[in-house]
Design a protein. Sequence first.
Length: 108
Amino acid sequence: MMKAVVVTKHGGPDNMELQELPTPSPGPGEVCIRVSRAGINFADILSRMGLYPGSPKPPFTPGMEVSGTVDEVGPDVEGFELGDRVVGSGTKGGYATHAIAKTNGVFK
């Protein structure tokens, strides 16, 4: 299990709450990052408000930019090992203790 900030409905920051959720597993071409830092960018804010093109429907965990260590490597992934220190852009659910990222957006 992991902790994650979840947007329960579109709007202000008062619509976000800390929840315990299952830790995600990476698919092909993905890694799971144990998040140590998450960026708060304008797209995350607009997504929370429901104003960003393609904003997910609540409930969802925002966070497109993270740094941390590789916690799990998905099938067919090369070039990443457990414990690698990385930054990720285009991640899914970065406002959490763990986030999934496609390896083409992850850098050592």
